[in-house]
Design a protein around this ligand. Structure first.
Ligand code: HEC
Length: 172
């Protein structure tokens, strides 16, 4: 009899744990609600899995839209490398000054929202209709879901881009 009770309560616990796991998936593990990301193409909702925000900076960004890497030397240096590795240089130039693609220095952008770190993140993650491809993990290369930038890497690239214009941190 007691044994049966034990099995029932273990099962109940397992079910409860399963449920809470599910309801967590929409928000970052810091507990705050996820920022409402939208596509640069049409402003419709842009779903990004909470578990991809897997560093303190990325978690903070996912709930506040603020990029804490802006102004930080280490992140800026990493961002520069990633900008080269992901061939952003081919279209935007070695210093993001503009080539076939536009300059990323601002303060004026094709899409005004790229003056904010949230807006620029959405543009880099999911692309535009005018020749900028999606670079987000799982989006960049449809044949390989592991390929592409992680949120933390996009934030480092932004820190490097913002380092060219000290008047524009994107966190204003
Ligand atoms: C194949 C060329 C190409 C590559 C590679 C590329 N871009 Fe772009 N990018 C463009 C073009 C073209 C636009 C203008 C798109 C538009 O107007 O819709 C653009 C627009 C942008 C914008 C918005 C600029 C604005 O004025 O609003 C950002 C930010 C950006 N790219 C960042 C990046 C980053 C970061 C990378 C690398 C991870 C990258 N791009 C790689 C071609 C490229």
């Amino acid at each position: 009899m007691q044994k049966k009770l034990l099995i029932v309560s273990v099962l109940t616990l397992a079910v409860l744990a399963g449920c809470s796991g599910k309801s967590d998936s929409g928000s970052a593990s810091s507990g705050g609600a996820m920022v409402a990301f939208v596509k640069t193409q049409d402003g419709s909702p842009l779903e990004i899995k909470a578990e991809l925000f897997d560093t303190p900076a990325a978690k903070e960004f996912s709930t506040t839209g603020k990029n804490s890497y802006v102004g930080k030397a280490d992140a800026i240096a990493q961002g520069k490398k990633l900008f080269q590795m992901y061939s952003c240089t081919q279209c935007h130039g070695g210093d993001a000054q503009g080539q076939t693609g536009p300059s990323l220095h601002g303060p004026d952008f094709h899409y005004a929202k790229n003056a904010t770190n949230k807006g620029m993140f959405e543009t880099i993650w999911n692309g535009t209709n005018g020749g900028m491809g999606a670079k987000g993990k799982g989006l960049m290369d449809p044949t390989d879901p592991t390929n592409g930038l992680k949120p933390d890497e996009v934030l480092q690239i932004e820190a490097w881009i913002r380092s060219h214009n000290e008047k524009l941190t994107g966190n204003e």
